[in-house]
Design a binder for this molecule. Structure first.
Ligand SMILES: Cc1cc2nc3c(=O)[nH]c(=O)nc-3n(C[C@H](O)[C@H](O)[C@H](O)COP(=O)(O)O)c2cc1C
Length: 450
């Protein structure tokens, strides 16, 4: 154990999964005894607050913000609050196992790092430290289409660890095909198609700052490194003529030039930076995407395909019928539709509709190990972590992300044991009560007559 309390999940290194939670507690308490504080707060609220203090205002708004009045983000959390764990006593939980099988891989934890764009706003090395932390913990890193580094560089940082690629389906199918081909070549093991972002949500914090990172050349590394992208004709991509430059204009231009691969000199001399941004804005999303487009993707990859952003049971059934390999119940952390159904509230309906035919994963609002316990009890196979790992990255790079993963794993392990369960396979809906008045029959002291 590292006396400084450095993250060590240790589920897959022969250290015995029984002790993940206790080892992490001991590491933190011993570090505290030695007078060393944790660079990454354990409390999710303090984690967010500390990261937002460190991040600039533009980055803070981009990472923390949601759509509209941010009611969906609040609903995501409220749904976890309404879901309560029902412990069972005295069941010998001394040995516990958090591992699971997913798409032919044994994973040590039911946790993935979800796709997050523009991580260069959180850390100088952007996606790379987060990818390394995921790899060290043995969990999949889901690289975003909007990553700040090309997917090949991220794959290299991951080494032999598991990796998935998240696809934003471009309006140009040839670019979509190129992304998928590159992902396969770089050893990504699944394609996650995000279906809730065919248009960018109305993100008030970013709008109030007039800040769109992509316009400044940020988060478009997969595009500027793509041979097909470079050949795309410039179509309909003219930016509206900017008004007379204000005081912030120089900063915007400098950001754009600095973000461009090859550096400011090349960007300036060739004019490529602005051309790339214009081309990106013209093709990055695909509002006319339909179920009929899926065979195009199916025909281009043998990798498992998951749809991310499913909340309606009928869409889940449609996904199964379309031959996709998994769905991710998610509302994009409340960044797309204001006042949408909480992701956790949508989970049981999707799980029932899918009826075990394909894995159901979950994200949006997961902040603690207890949250993970609840999502798994409601039928998710694994969860994706979003903002919390970005905050760990902002505060302490690779170590910070490792700490966030270790804390989630530790609390999940302890909650599992304290709830009287030894493995993820023992989790089902009897482990929780949904506080909407619905009490599982097995727990209802006054069951209705059949
Ligand atoms: C700053 C930020 C950027 C994101 N970028 C992407 C992305 O590029 N692709 C994607 O599919 N989802 C993206 N998401 C959504 C996350 O994958 C995930 O669904 C969401 O963060 C879950 O909500 P939570 O962070 O509140 O738990 C992003 C989320 C945030 C907060």
């Amino acid at each position: 154990m590292d006396p400084a309390g450095k993250a060590s999940v240790g589920t897959h290194a022969g250290s015995g999964p029984a002790s993940i939670g206790r080892k992490r507690q001991e590491a933190i308490y011993i570090a505290g005894f030695a007078g060393r504080s944790q660079p990454v707060p354990v409390s999710p609220d303090r984690l967010e607050a500390a990261a937002l203090r460190k991040l600039g205002r533009d980055a803070g708004a981009y990472f923390a913000g949601g759509a509209g009045l941010e009611r969906t983000a609040a609903a995501n959390r409220a749904a976890f609050d309404r879901c309560r764990i029902v412990q069972r006593a005295m069941r010998n939980v001394a040995a516990r196992d958090l591992s699971l099988e997913l798409f032919g891989r044994t994973l040590p934890l039911p946790i993935l790092l979800g796709p997050i764009g523009v991580l260069e706003m959180a850390h100088r090395e952007a996606d790379l430290p987060a990818a390394r932390a995921a790899s060290a913990a043995g969990i999949p890193f889901v690289a975003s289409s909007q990553a700040s580094r090309p997917m090949e560089d991220i794959a290299a940082a991951i080494g032999n660890g598991p990796r998935w690629f998240q696809l934003y389906w471009s309006s140009r199918n040839e670019l979509t095909a190129s992304f998928v081909e590159r992902a396969e070549k770089a050893g990504y093991e699944a394609i996650v198609v995000t279906v809730d972002t065919t248009l960018l949500g109305w993100r008030v914090r970013d709008l109030d700052r007039g800040y769109l990172p992509f316009l400044r050349g940020r988060g478009i590394a997969n595009y500027t490194s793509d041979p097909v992208f470079a050949q795309l004709p410039m179509e309909g991509g003219a930016l509206p003529k900017p008004p007379r430059p204000g005081p912030g204009a120089l900063k915007s231009v400098l950001e754009l030039l600095r973000s461009f691969p090859g550096g400011p000199a090349r960007a300036l001399s060739s004019g490529e930076a602005l051309a790339a941004v214009r081309r990106f804005l013209a093709i990055y999303s695909r509002p006319d995407l339909t179920w009929e487009d899926l065979p195009f993707l199916r025909g281009r990859t043998r990798l498992p395909i998951l749809l991310k952003g499913i909340v309606h049971p009928d869409d889940a059934v449609r996904a199964v019928e379309a031959g996709v390999d998994g769905v991710i119940v998610s509302n994009h952390g409340g960044r797309q539709v204001d006042g949408a159904v909480a992701a956790l509230d949508a989970l049981p309906g999707v799980v029932d509709a899918v009826a075990g035919r394909i894995p159901v994963l979950f994200d949006s609002g997961v902040r603690t190990g207890a949250d993970i316990f609840k999502a798994l009890s409601l039928g998710a196979q694994a969860v994706l972590i979003g903002r919390p790992y970005v905050y760990g990255l902002a505060l302490a790079g690779e170590r910070g992300v490792g700490d966030v993963i270790a804390n989630l794993a530790a609390e999940l392990d302890l909650t599992l044991g304290l709830a009287g369960r030894r493995s993820l396979g023992e989790l089902d809906r009897t482990a929780v009560i949904l506080d909407h008045g619905a009490i599982p029959a097995a727990l209802d002291p006054h069951p209705a007559a059949p």
